[in-house]
Design a protein around this ligand. Structure first.
Ligand code: NI
Length: 225
């Protein structure tokens, strides 16, 4: 259900984006929160139209487009423009569910099926700040800088308090071609098996062609676009 995608951003690029973030002007994170989550949210965020926020969002979207496993896992129809947040010592974001619908400035309404966090800070530069997702056994997620976690937007989740240092991250939502988490997971697993067979030089085998057809025909049944 949770999926970690390592190395979305290479080390030099994540350092560049982190420097952009560190030099930017920050706002209260409640600017994009819903009524319930505003009560729980104690962090900072870049305004969406801030130059640093735009540069970071563009770099992240370009990296995602070049990362096939992201496409296979999220099956993105539309991506809400990525946002950038910051937790200094004492900041946290208590239990909440992400809003079902987001409306980017001037854009269409988007349904949030998949939630995503891309870590910009190395985990040894801050303490606390783990992302806890219900159903994940309570283990706080603190990934290396440049790594992404995808999780169902339907889950209750929280960011535990940062107790030292600063945690920068990019977060966004995906409206998936396939709304249902179980179906997305089935397609992802099938795709991974086909990719594995191809990598063993079996792309031309009749069974691989059949499985590839099965993948696309399931996607045809389930996709909304
Ligand atoms: Ni959230």
């Amino acid at each position: 259900v949770l999926l970690t995608l390592p190395g979305i951003l290479p080390t030099a690029e994540v350092a560049r984006l982190r420097a952009l973030a560190a030099a930017a002007t920050w706002s209260d994170g409640r600017i994009t929160a819903g009524h319930q989550s505003a009560l729980e949210k104690r962090n900072l965020q870049l305004a969406q139209d801030a130059p640093a926020a735009r540069a970071i969002a563009d770099a992240v979207l370009a990296a995602l487009a070049a990362y096939p496993a992201f496409t296979a896992a999220a099956l993105p129809h539309r991506i809400v423009p990525p946002l950038v947040n910051r937790y200094d010592a004492g900041m946290d974001f208590g239990d909440h569910v992400d809003n079902a619908i987001r409306t980017p400035p001037g854009g269409p309404h988007l349904r949030t099926d998949v939630s995503a966090t891309l870590f910009l800070s190395d985990p040894d530069t801050y303490e606390g700040g783990g992302l806890v997702i219900d159903g994940n056994g309570g283990a706080p997620v603190r990934l290396p800088a440049g790594d992404l976690i995808l999780y169902p937007a339907t889950t209750i989740h929280r960011v535990v308090p940062v107790t030292r240092g600063t945690r920068f991250a990019v977060f966004f939502w995906v409206q998936s071609l396939v709304r249902d988490q179980v179906r997305r997971t089935l397609l992802y697993d099938l795709d991974a098996a086909i990719v594995g067979l191809r990598s063993r030089g079996l792309a031309g085998e009749a069974e691989v062609i059949s499985l590839t057809g099965l993948y696309h025909n399931l996607l045809r049944q389930w996709a909304e676009c």
